[in-house]
Design a protein around this ligand. Structure first.
Ligand SMILES: Nc1nc2c(c(=O)[nH]1)N[C@H]1C(S)=C(S)[C@@H](COP(=O)(O)OP(=O)(O)OC[C@H]3O[C@@H](n4cnc5c(=O)[nH]c(N)nc54)[C@H](O)[C@@H]3O)O[C@H]1N2
Ligand SMILES: Nc1nc2c(c(=O)[nH]1)N[C@H]1C(S)=C(S)[C@@H](COP(=O)(O)OP(=O)(O)OC[C@H]3O[C@@H](n4cnc5c(=O)[nH]c(N)nc54)[C@H](O)[C@@H]3O)O[C@H]1N2
Ligand code: SF4
Ligand SMILES: [Mo]
Length: 693
C-alpha cells in the first residue's frame, strides 16, 4: 500500500510490551510518527529482551497498519462461512443488536445458553481477562474452561512442585547441562535460547528431547528423538537408573521430598529396556542420559507445553518435574526445572474478574477444547457464542465439528478481532479490536520474572475498541449498574496486582508505569528450593500427591500411553503419529495472514521420513492427503530424516481460507482430552498419508 507523503514531524518513542501468547513477553520500544507506528524494537534495558525481538514482532508496523485491519463494526449479509460478506454499521447499532439478542436468549433459554470464547490472543492482564469476565459473570453466561494450551501440564507440574514456579531462567547461563524437553526454544521461546547459547559458550552441554529434529535440536549437542507422548516413561526410566546406580542426593530427598519409598516401588516396573521399547529409543541413550543428569549438579530442565498435548500430558509434566529433587539439582541456582514462571506474580484475579458477580448456583462450564462437540451436542444447547482473543475455527481440534457447529443457523455469534479470521466468517456481528499499541495494559510473563506496562503508542485505528471498552459499553447497554463496570483501564491496572505482596516490595503502579518494567522482588542468582519450601500442601517436592489421590488420579508418577497409541488397533489403519507444533513465522494463527510470513512459510507442508515416504510412493514436493476418520487436509511432502519413521510433522497454524484446500491440520486432530484438567490432545493423533491423485 502506498503511504501518502506526510509532513515530517518528530518521532516519539513509547514503551510497550509484547501481548502475544509467548513466554518471552518482550519489552518494546515503539517509534511513532504522525500517528503511525514506524518501528518496533526490543528494549535494551529489559534484561530478558536484551534489545532483541523475534522476526514476527520486528515487522510489527506491517501488522498494525495492515490494509485488512477491521476498522468498523460490521453485520453479516448473506450466508455464514468462507466468503461471508458484511456491511458496515455503527457501534450504537452493533451494541444494540447484541444486547437485544442476548436479552432474548436469556429470556427464552437462560443465560447459560450464552458462551464466551476467548484465549490469549491478547495476553495483557486487562486484555486477557478483566472487564469481559465481569460482564459474563454478571450476565450469568456459561463459564469457559480455558484448556486449549496448558491446563494439563500446569496441573501435573503443580502436583509435584506446587505451583507454576521453578528455576529462574536468567540463571541457566551458569548451567553445565541444559535439557530442552519438549521445547523448541529457537521458535517459541527465543530469549531462553539466547541464555542457553550463552551457557553453551561457557561450556554447558545442551540436549533436546523432541520427536522432531527442530531448529533447536539442530543446535544442541545431542538430540533424543523419542516417540510422541512417551515423556513420562522416559522420565521414569531415568529415575530408575538414578536409583539403581545411586546417583541420588539422599540428604535432599530425606529433607525435602515426600513419597520416595513409594516412588522407588513404582520405578521397579520401568527398567531401561522396557522404557527403551516404549519411547522408541536405545537403552544406552537412557542409561547415558541418566548418568549425565545424575552426575551434574547445575542441570537445568527447560520443559514446555509441547509435552502436555497427548493423553498423558498432565502425568508427563508431573513426572519430569520429579527429576531435580532426586539428584539435588535444586541446590544450584542454575539447576532444577522450569515450565512456567507465571505463578510468581501476585495477580489479583478476583479483583480483575469479579467472580462474585456470578449467580448462585454457578452457571455450567463449557470446555473450550471440545467446542465443536458442544456446539453440536451440549444440553441445553448453546445459543450464542461471543468470541474474542481467539480464532477457534482454525485452532480448535476436530475442525469438521467446529465448522459444523459455527455454521448452525440458529447460533448467534459475535466476533471481536483485528482481522477477518476464519472464525469471523461465521459472525453475525463482527467488531473491530484495537491492537495493544492502541491501548493501555499491564503484563506478567510465563517465561521471565518481570512486570511490564504497555502504554498506548497511537490512538485506536478507525473505530476499533479494546476488549475492556467493548465490555464496558456492552455492560452499559445491558443496564448493568455495578460500579465496577465504570472502572477505567488505569483503575484495572491498579487492581491487577496485590501491591502489598512482598514480591512487589518497592513497586507501585505509578513507579511501574513511569519505568515501563521491573523485576519481581525476588533474589537473583538464587536457588529457590535449595532449602525445600515447595509451595505444595506438604511443603516438599511431592513424589506422592495426596491432592491427585483425592481427585481419583494415580498419586505416583506414572506412564499414561497416548490415546491413539501405535500399539492400538487404530494404528493398523492409521500408522503415523502426527504432531502439529508452531511454525516459526506464525504465532498460532496470528501473523498467518501476513504476506511476508506466508512467503517465509511457503505453503502447508508435512515432514515425513524417507522410509515412510517410499512405502507410500511419496517424493519430495508430492501433494499429500493427510487423513483419519475425523477428516483430512492437504500439504506438500517434505521427505526428511528430521522426523523418525512412524512420526509426521506439519507446522501450524495456517488459516483455513488461506490454505490451498480451505482446510488445515485441525481437521484431523482429536477432541479427546488429557488425563488432567481437560486439556486438548493436539499431538495425540494417528493419521495415514497418501500422495494426492
Ligand atoms: N513462533 C512461535 N512461537 C510461539 C507460538 C507459535 O505459534 N509460534 N505459540 C506460543 C504458544 S501459544 C505456546 S503454548 C508456546 C508453545 O511452545 P512449546 O511450549 O515449546 O510447545 P510446542 O511448540 O507445542 O512444542 C514444543 C516442541 O515439543 C515437541 N513435541 C511434540 N510432542 C512431543 C512429545 O510428546 N514429547 C516431547 N518431548 N516433545 C514433543 C514439538 O516437536 C516441538 O518442537 O509457544 C508460544 N510461542
Ligand atoms: N494443531 C494445533 N492446534 C493448536 C496448537 C498446536 O500446536 N497445533 N496450539 C494450541 C495452542 S497452544 C493455543 S494457545 C491455541 C491458540 O489459539 P488462539 O488463542 O485462537 O490464538 P490465535 O490463533 O493467535 O488467535 C488469537 C486471535 O486474537 C486476536 N486478537 C489479538 N489481540 C486481540 C485483542 O486485544 N482483542 C481481541 N478481541 N482480539 C485480539 C488475533 O487477531 C487472533 O485472531 O491454539 C491451539 N491449537
Ligand atoms: S519473542 Fe515472543 S514476546 Fe518477544 S516479541 Fe516475539 S512473540 Fe513477542
Ligand atoms: Mo499455547
Amino acid at each position: 500500500m502506498a503511504t501518502p507523503a506526510l509532513p515530517s514531524s518528530p518521532s516519539q518513542s513509547v514503551r510497550g510490551a509484547c501481548p502475544h501468547d509467548c513466554p518471552d513477553t518482550c519489552a518494546l520500544e515503539i517509534t511513532v510518527r504522525d500517528g503511525r507506528v514506524i518501528k518496533v524494537a526490543g528494549a535494551a534495558d529489559h534484561r530478558p529482551t536484551a534489545g532483541v525481538l523475534c522476526t514476527k514482532v520486528a515487522y510489527y508496523p506491517e501488522r498494525i497498519h495492515h490494509p485488512e485491519r477491521l476498522l468498523h463494526p460490521l453485520r453479516r449479509v448473506g450466508a455464514k462461512g468462507p466468503g461471508a460478506r458484511f456491511e458496515r454499521i455503527s457501534w450504537e447499532q452493533a451494541l444494540n443488536c447484541i444486547a437485544e439478542r442476548l436479552r432474548a436468549i436469556v429470556a427464552t433459554d437462560g443465560a447459560e445458553a450464552i458462551v464466551p470464547y476467548s484465549y490469549a490472543g491478547n495476553s495483557g492482564l486487562l486484555g486477557y481477562g478483566s472487564m469481559d469476565r465481569r460482564f459474563f459473570h454478571r450476565l450469568g453466561a456459561a463459564q469457559l474452561d480455558r484448556t486449549i494450551c496448558a491446563s494439563a501440564g500446569a496441573m501435573g507440574y503443580r502436583a509435584t512442585i506446587g505451583a507454576s514456579v521453578g528455576l529462574d531462567p536468567e540463571n541457566v547461563v551458569d548451567a553445565r547441562l541444559i535439557i530442552l524437553w519438549g521445547s523448541n526454544s529457537v521458535v517459541s521461546n527465543l530469549h531462553f535460547w539466547r541464555l542457553a547459547q550463552e551457557a553453551k559458550r561457557r561450556g554447558a552441554r545442551l540436549i533436546a528431547i523432541d520427536p522432531c529434529r527442530t531448529a533447536t535440536a539442530d543446535k544442541c549437542d545431542q538430540h533424543i528423538a523419542l516417540l510422541p507422548g512417551t515423556d513420562s516413561a522416559l522420565a521414569l526410566g531415568l529415575m530408575h537408573v538414578l536409583l539403581r546406580d545411586d546417583l541420588l542426593d539422599h540428604d535432599y530427598i530425606a529433607r525435602h521430598t515426600l513419597g520416595f519409598a513409594a516412588l522407588g516401588e513404582r520405578l521397579r516396573s520401568f527398567p531401561p529396556e522396557r522404557v527403551a521399547e516404549i519411547c522408541g529409543l536405545d537403552q544406552a541413550t537412557i542409561e547415558n542420559l541418566a548418568h549425565e543428569y545424575g552426575s551434574t549438579r547445575a542441570a537445568a530442565i527447560r520443559t514446555n507445553y509441547g509435552i502436555n498435548r497427548t493423553a498423558g500430558g498432565g502425568m508427563a509434566l508431573r513426572t519430569v518435574a520429579c527429576l531435580p529433587a532426586l539428584t539435588g539439582a535444586w541446590r544450584d541456582p542454575a539447576g532444577g526445572v522450569l515450565l512456567s514462571t507465571s505463578g510468581n506474580y501476585p495477580v489479583d484475579t478476583a479483583a480483575l474478574e469479579r467472580p462474585d458477580l456470578m449467580p448462585e448456583p454457578a452457571p455450567r462450564t463449557i470446555n473450550m477444547s471440545t467446542i465443536g462437540h458442544d456446539l453440536l451436542r451440549a444440553q441445553p444447547p448453546i445459543k450464542a457464542l461471543f468470541v474474542y482473543n481467539s480464532n477457534p475455527v482454525a485452532v480448535a481440534p476436530q475442525a469438521g465439528e467446529v465448522v459444523r457447529g459455527f455454521a448452525r443457523d440458529d447460533l448467534f455469534t459475535v466476533v471481536h478481532d483485528l482481522f477477518q479470521t476464519d472464525t469471523a466468517d461465521y459472525a453475525d456481528i463482527l467488531l473491530p479490536a484495537t491492537s495493544h499499541m492502541e491501548q493501555l495494559d499491564i503484563h506478567k510473563s510465563y517465561g521471565h520474572l518481570y512486570l511490564q506496562v504497555n502504554h498506548p503508542a497511537i490512538p485506536p485505528l478507525g473505530e476499533a475498541l479494546p476488549n475492556t471498552e467493548l465490555f464496558r459499553r456492552l455492560a452499559r447497554e445491558m443496564g448493568f449498574s455495578e460500579a465496577c463496570f465504570a472502572d477505567s483501564d488505569e483503575d484495572l491496572c491498579r487492581q491487577a496486582f496485590d501491591w502489598q505482596d512482598p514480591r512487589l516490595a518497592g513497586l507501585s503502579w505509578e513507579k511501574l508505569s513511569a519505568d515501563g518494567h521491573a523485576r519481581l522482588n525476588l533474589p537473583t542468582r538464587h536457588a529457590p528450593f535449595a532449602q525445600g519450601g515447595f509451595p505444595t500442601p506438604s511443603g516438599k517436592c511431592e513424589f506422592y500427591s495426596a491432592m491427585l489421590a483425592s481427585q481419583g488420579f494415580d498419586p505416583l508418577p506414572a506412564f499414561t500411553a497416548p490415546r491413539e497409541w501405535r500399539h492400538s488397533p487404530l494404528a493398523q489403519e492409521f500408522p503415523l503419529a502426527l504432531i502439529t507444533p508452531p511454525a516459526r513465522n506464525f504465532l498460532n494463527t496470528s501473523f498467518a495472514n501476513s504476506a511476508r510470513f506466508l512467503a517465509q512459510e511457503k505453503s502447508p507442508a508435512l515432514q515425513i521420513n524417507p522410509a515412510d515416504a517410499a512405502a507410500r510412493g511419496i517424493v519430495e514436493g508430492s501433494p499429500l492427503r493427510i487423513f483419519n476418520r475425523r477428516g483430512e487436509f492437504s500439504a506438500r511432502a517434505v521427505v526428511t530424516d528430521r522426523v523418525r519413521p512412524g512420526v509426521a510433522m506439519a507446522s501450524s497454524i495456517w488459516w483455513r481460507k488461506l490454505s490451498p484446500d480451505g482446510r488445515n491440520c485441525n481437521e484431523v486432530t482429536s477432541q479427546a482430552l488429557t488425563d488432567m484438567a481437560g486439556g486438548a490432545t493436539f499431538y495425540d493423533c494417528l493419521v495415514e498419508v497418501a500422495a494426492a491423485r
